[in-house]
Ligand binder design. Structure first.
Ligand SMILES: [Zn+2]
Ligand SMILES: [Zn+2]
Length: 188
């Protein structure tokens, strides 16, 4: 009998931990959205349900600036000579494409711009951008300082007091003696 090849799938396992509530989610070929989680622009992974309502959603004008900035970034990248896999002709075409796109977007204004982001090409562009860059920090409770990550708060305290981690650990040992006693006293 022929032995079965165990190398049959390319699936990979991933797991995510919410940085607000600590919920874990994982599995084969699973993505953030399958877990009901999302990533903010500062790389915080949180459950969808912790997202804040925001009045300060980016305006169409602010989104437009991002669209144009992104195109300029691409243009600079093509011109930097780092994309060595392209021919000179490719580069010229790609740069031209970005310039055309910038001109096109620049001309969209006012109500037309709002509609462009709501129903038009801008809608898809923005979805792609958010899935690549993370959702806007206004909706993230960590970015809005409503929920603190221990490592962020520790960095703040160390910066303010001028303490080092080693110094803090030394004092913990001196004050509590054992880890168990520190745990009970500090409730971690
Ligand atoms: Zn959560
Ligand atoms: Zn965040």
């Amino acid at each position: 009998m022929k032995k079965r090849n165990s190398w049959v799938s390319n699936s990979s396992s991933s797991s995510f931990i919410c940085e607000v509530c600590g919920e874990e989610c994982g599995g084969m070929d699973i993505g953030l959205s399958d877990c009901g989680m999302d990533r903010c622009e500062n790389e915080h992974v949180i459950c969808e349900r912790h997202k804040l309502d925001s009045e300060e959603e980016r305006t169409p004008e602010q989104k437009k600036e991002i669209v144009i900035a992104q195109a300029n970034k691409m243009k600079e990248f093509y011109l930097s000579g780092k994309a060595t896999w392209y021919t000179e002709e490719d580069i010229a075409n790609l740069v031209q494409e970005e310039e055309d796109w910038i001109n096109e977007v620049q001309q969209i204004e006012g109500d037309e711009l709002a509609e462009w982001f709501e129903y038009g090409e801008g809608y898809d562009w923005w979805l792609d951008w958010e899935s690549e860059h993370g959702f806007s920090s206004e909706y993230c409770p960590i970015c809005q300082f409503q929920v603190g990550r221990p490592q962020d708060m520790l960095a703040m305290v160390l910066d303010e007091t001028g303490d080092t981690r080693e110094e803090v650990l030394r004092r913990m040992k001196e004050k509590y003696g054992t880890y168990r006693q520190a745990k009970d006293a500090l409730r971690f």
